[in-house]
Ligand binder design. Sequence first.
Ligand code: AMP
Length: 476
Amino acid sequence: MSFDTLGLSADILRAVSEQGYHEPTPVQRKAIPVVLEGKDILAGAQTGTGKTAGFALPLLQRLSANPVNNGHDGRRPIRALVLTPTRELAAQVGNSVQTYGRHLSLQFAVVFGGVKINPQIAKLRRGVDILVATPGRLLDHANQKTLDLSHVEILVLDEADRMLDMGFIHDIRKIMAMLPGKETRQTLLFSATFSSEIKQLANRLLNHPELIEVARHNMTAETIEQRVHPVDKNRKRELLSHMIGAHNWRQVLVFTRTKHGANRLAQQLEKDGLTTTAIHGNKSQGARTRALADFKNGKVRVLVATDIAARGLDIDQLPHVVNFELPNIPEDYVHRIGRTGRAGNEGEAVSLVCVDELKLLRDIERLLKRELPKEVIEGYEPDPGIKAEPIRNGRNGKSHSQSRNQSRSQNPGRSSTKRSADAPRKSRSNRSEEKQTQAKPAHRHVKSGKPQAKRSPHPGRVQEIPALLGGGFRDE
Ligand code: AMP
């Protein structure tokens, strides 16, 4: 099937073909005609499926097909608003809008925190048709009356599940109050996962939506080869360096649970001779942008990231994602590994799992509805004598629960944090990131009675798991 059959205009088709896209991805095939009809959609699209073009192409088409006159203030009214959870994703969506709309005369702006607000105000003043924004900075603008959302015709909530995870629900409610009602606007909601909170949000915001699903919920792209390497916690860094070197991986995205952990690992890998940089919420926006650019252009080989900072990273044909530590929330595993295997490219997602993380691994496998293949690397066999300990996060050593619900109930502030409108936005991502890592310990015990596997004479070689795993890796 080609793009020509979807009802897109010649100018948009030209931009698509200049991008080198030959045929629409499944989410594009399903979403584009429905959005062109003006209907609301609730789309369960995994990251990396081409969902951005799935909403951006028909959005551009609808706006360009119905040009409107300038408003009473002589400016173009904002007709489409795209909300994203992170700055990186906002920038990414902005790039897509620019690319796909290059032959149209629509104006767009991207606004997010961590950078100066004045250039954004100047841009908004000149008038934009499409605004891509993170919720916090959008509210800053709204409070300063530097924008008017009362003419929005199309609202897109991108990665809505992550917005809720990051505690943006109150901001979203405030923003909704500034928009035309759901009967008069078109709303497109994209989410990789469908929790009950997402369903509630969808009920509130969407008007008889068409449900679009391109893969089973919470399933990872089939093009991603996933593997678990059981290894002791204190040998993970060594194993990671070994794997990068032995396989000559040129571009590896590595996930840690905490910002401190990301910094520490980046330093250690540098000492191992691997060019590495870290990206997380404590870094300035400039540092984050630079880190990403250096990683994309091959200046650095390893990018160590926390979950929130990595959200929205779109790196063409990223071949390797490593979970240095498993995420506390199983859905984050899906998001993390979705950074590879994008748009049909092959990718590899490797998880280094120590005995403390077995419960997290089980939660992930439950979500995926399958067991992940496990391979012990020769020379890095886990010591069956090591007992599981509660997972600690951050320098303060707070330990952690492993389920989203636990985390929510134990940390009720998580999704109800109020921030005064003039609070420094810089701390928002930091706080959101911290919020994800505050919960109580998981009380788990792991049996470990079997004899320790012998150190291999051939470190680095992959072995089948049952022979070497021993009792230490079996959770109760
Ligand atoms: P997304 O899921 O929107 O983040 O897109 C993931 C990646 O797929 C991006 O790098 C897009 O440029 C790319 N992409 C989107 N649509 C297509 C297509 N129809 N053919 C090939 N690549 C695409």
